[in-house]
Design a binder for this molecule. Structure first.
Ligand SMILES: Cc1cc2nc3c(=O)[nH]c(=O)nc-3n(C[C@H](O)[C@H](O)[C@H](O)COP(=O)(O)OP(=O)(O)OC[C@H]3O[C@@H](n4cnc5c(N)ncnc54)[C@H](O)[C@@H]3O)c2cc1C
Ligand SMILES: *[C@@H]1O[C@H](CO)[C@@H](O)[C@H](O)[C@H]1NC(C)=O
Ligand SMILES: *[C@@H]1O[C@H](CO)[C@@H](O)[C@H](O)[C@H]1NC(C)=O
Ligand SMILES: *[C@@H]1O[C@H](CO)[C@@H](O)[C@H](O)[C@H]1NC(C)=O
Ligand SMILES: *[C@@H]1O[C@H](CO)[C@@H](O)[C@H](O)[C@H]1NC(C)=O
Ligand SMILES: *[C@@H]1O[C@H](CO)[C@@H](O)[C@H](O)[C@H]1NC(C)=O
Length: 608
């Protein structure tokens, strides 16, 4: 009981309940799973799903089949099954979540286990050079999809991003989409702007507790530079604030935990089938109508026939892959692979992603308290403390590279008061979340380039649906090197923070990254070296089945998310997003899920 008393004394005002049996349970769970993550290797293909039977078994005839239970798919399955007269089947390749992946700080370990597909990029020539050009490309493979493994930052993007999206796609302006963000949300943010937040939705939004003292220094430094304290999901995004997270009382709230809560899962008209790997959508070539989904479950092949529609929500990698295996994709590419062409569309092209630069770390003269694992677990069980955050990005700021007549930010700054040492670990799959030593508390700033010029591509390696697709991220490869320059100018902006009174007051001292010590510390050459070696995609991919007014302009879906030229088939996930967003991708994907559900309900006469 000793540690319980200590925790109680150090946190006046917060009631802490101690339960040694639960603490024991979590302690051994964490130790076991960390051990397992150290040796786990990702499968190299989807061969473990390969079926024994050649002729598929008819699984049933269902009104709607939803493919993928991530940010979008969980919402779609939840909303469509609100109509008790509609049968809904949700197919997910991954399995259930666990008490382990629910602990936010286990982020790095969770992404090293079976919750992640474990994809990598094809060898890159302009980025990830410290990793031989191989950038990790994690994607969630679980109920909850990527929200089972992500960092849970809730950031919708800028009003004008959506207005740009709607220029060619009526119905997607900020005014059109804001009600859907609000519909999903259950905000516990005390400082949110009025009119921008929802309070009765499925998706919890909260700040991390407690806020580190260093975060207030970060906010002060920003204010000194003329950047106000704002609600970045509100009226004005240019400024700094505490981060908003999709946790609930400090636990990860994935999209399935939120939208497929027990009362939804118990609906008799909703069937969720996990470990179900979709290989193909069957389309009648004469009528160009999608009529069934082929999938493999426990090595048995099934077809689920539909009465109404198929909604493809398999994400930025999964959705284009399934479409191409179904004959929907670039004609030349499918021809090369001997896949019969059903519809020639630019599937897999135009992939956008944010870029992340991690190599800014510093020491200071103020320290966050350090707890043992058992103390941290007790805090976690009470909804606060180091285990309740993934990357500890407690502070956030959005800024522009030059003063422009727009309110759209160019860069995002994530402020980590203390790089987690014993919780998140310090080496992420490929990311170098390096840390000097356990004796010194190290803070970190992560820079995110929000509107890169480069576009990547997803394409097939084989016509065998059990072979993984290829991901050419093309990061930092734009001809004019604008992306590299923008990151460099962003770093210069971040360096301004170090000259503020607030940062000097805490003796914030930048640490040289050991990778580029052959260049003069803080010189342009030093930063350029680090950018090429370490910058990588932010896991915010989109655009591979992009929305647009016409297929001749590279569009795969129309503004109602229907695949061009194919009946009864829609795509709803980040792959349809045609523009770069000044935020993170989960909230927008959920919004897409909310919207497609309403389009479908309208088309089928459930709402008007
Ligand atoms: C490590 C990491 C950190 C991130 N951090 C943040 C963050 O802090 N904030 C934020 O907003 N965003 C973050 N993101 C991005 C965000 O989580 C994703 O962009 C978003 O969740 C994508 O939603 P989606 O619905 O498009 O796809 P996903 O959530 O990826 O869902 C797709 C689902 O389809 C399933 N699937 C795929 N192929 C098949 C198949 N053949 N058969 C059956 N099922 C299939 C997958 O298993 C998965 O469950 C992060 C992402 C990662 C990977
Ligand atoms: C379901 O169907 C029944 C019988 O046709 C009908 O009375 C009822 O209104 C329907 N419910 C909904 C939600 O559409
Ligand atoms: C395709 O649709 C046509 C017209 O409805 C029908 O005659 C044909 O049998 C269908 N083909 C398949 C493979 O279902
Ligand atoms: C953190 O990990 C290091 C290295 O494994 C260890 O020496 C240290 O005691 C740990 N600290 C805590 C607080 O558990
Ligand atoms: C800034 O943009 C707004 C809206 O686009 C426009 O009305 C205004 O005239 C612009 N101001 C300047 C100084 O360009
Ligand atoms: C500031 O930090 C540096 C690096 O840790 C240290 O060498 C220096 O003595 C510190 N200065 C003050 C005034 O604390």
């Amino acid at each position: 009981m000793e540690f319980c008393k200590l925790v109680l004394l150090s946190l006046i005002g917060i009631t802490v309940v101690c339960d040694n049996v639960l603490v024991d349970y979590y302690e051994s769970l964490i130790q076991e799973e960390i051990r397992r993550a150290a040796t786990y290797t990702f499968p190299k293909d989807a061969g473990n799903y390969r079926p024994f039977n050649e002729k598929p078994i008819v699984f049933g005839v269902i009104d709607f089949v939803v493919i993928g239970s991530g940010s979008s798919g969980s919402v779609v399955a939840s909303r469509l099954s609100e109509n008790g007269n509609w049968t809904v089947l949700l197919l997910e390749a991954g399995g259930e979540e666990s008490n382990f992946n629910e602990i936010p700080a286990m982020y790095n370990y969770v992404a090293s286990l079976e919750y992640n597909w474990g994809f990598n990029s094809t060898p890159q020539v302009a980025c990830c050079l410290a990793m031989n050009g191989i950038c990790p490309f994690p994607r969630g493979k679980s109920l909850g999809g990527s929200t089972a493994i992500n960092a849970m930052t809730y950031a919708r993007g800028n009003e004008l991003d959506y207005d740009k999206w709607s220029e060619e796609n009526p119905g997607w302006s900020y005014q059109d989409v804001l009600p859907y963000f609000i519909k999903s949300e259950n905000s516990h943010i005390d400082d949110g702007d009025e009119g921008y937040h929802g309070y009765g939705g499925y998706l919890n939004v909260e700040h991390h507790v407690p806020t580190s003292k260093k975060v207030y220094t970060f906010l002060q430094a920003n204010e000194e530079l003329g950047k106000p304290i704002i609600d970045y999901n509100g009226y004005n995004q240019l400024g700094a604030s505490r981060s908003q997270f999709n946790t609930i009382h400090g636990r990860r709230q994935s999209s399935s935990k939120a939208f497929l809560a027990p009362d939804v899962r118990s609906r008799r008209n909703l069937k969720i089938s996990t470990h179900s790997y979709v290989t193909k959508i069957l389309i009648n070539d004469t009528t160009k109508t999608a009529y069934a989904v082929q999938f493999s479950h426990n090595n048995i092949q099934y077809v689920a026939k539909i009465k109404k529609e198929i909604v493809l929500s398999a994400g930025v990698v999964g959705s284009p892959t399934i479409l191409m295996h179904s004959g929907i994709g670039p004609k030349q590419h499918l021809k090369e692979l001997n896949i019969p062409i059903v519809k020639d569309l630019e599937v897999g092209e135009h992939m956008h992603d944010h870029l992340t630069f991690y190599s800014i770390q510093f020491t200071s003269s103020i320290f966050d308290p350090v707890y043992t694992l058992r103390e941290s677990i007790t805090q976690y069980l009470n909804g606060f403390g180091p285990l309740t955050t993934a990357v500890n990005t407690q502070g956030i700021a959005f800024f522009q590279l030059s003063t422009r007549n727009t309110t759209v930010p160019d860069l995002e700054v994530l402020f980590i008061p203390t790089v987690p040492a014993n919780t998140s670990g310090y080496v992420h799959v490929g990311e170098r979340m390096w840390r000097r030593s356990y004796d010194t508390q190290v803070s970190q700033i992560i820079l995110v380039l929000l509107h890169p010029k480069t576009r990547g591509r997803i394409f097939l390696n084989s016509n065998d649906p059990f072979v993984y697709p290829l991901i050419d991220s093309k990061c930092l490869s734009d001809e004019g090197n604008e992306d590299v320059e923008s990151i460099y100018r962003g770093i210069e902006k971040v360096m301004e923070l170090f000259d503020t009174k607030a940062f000097r007051r805490i003796n914030a001292t930048l640490l040289p990254d050991p990778l580029c010590t052959d260049r003069t510390f803080r010189s342009r050459a030093y930063w350029m070296c680090l950018i090429r070696l370490t910058a990588l995609n932010a896991y915010h991919g989109g655009g591979t089945c992009q929305m647009g007014p016409h297929p001749s302009m590279g569009a795969v879906v129309d503004n109602k998310l229907k695949v061009y030229g194919i009946k009864n088939l829609r795509v709803a996930d980040t792959s349809i997003i045609p523009v770069t967003l000044s935020g993170h991708m989960s909230a927008p994907a959920m919004m897409v899920g909310e919207r497609v559900s309403d389009f479908i309900k309208k088309d089928h006469g459930f709402i008007h």
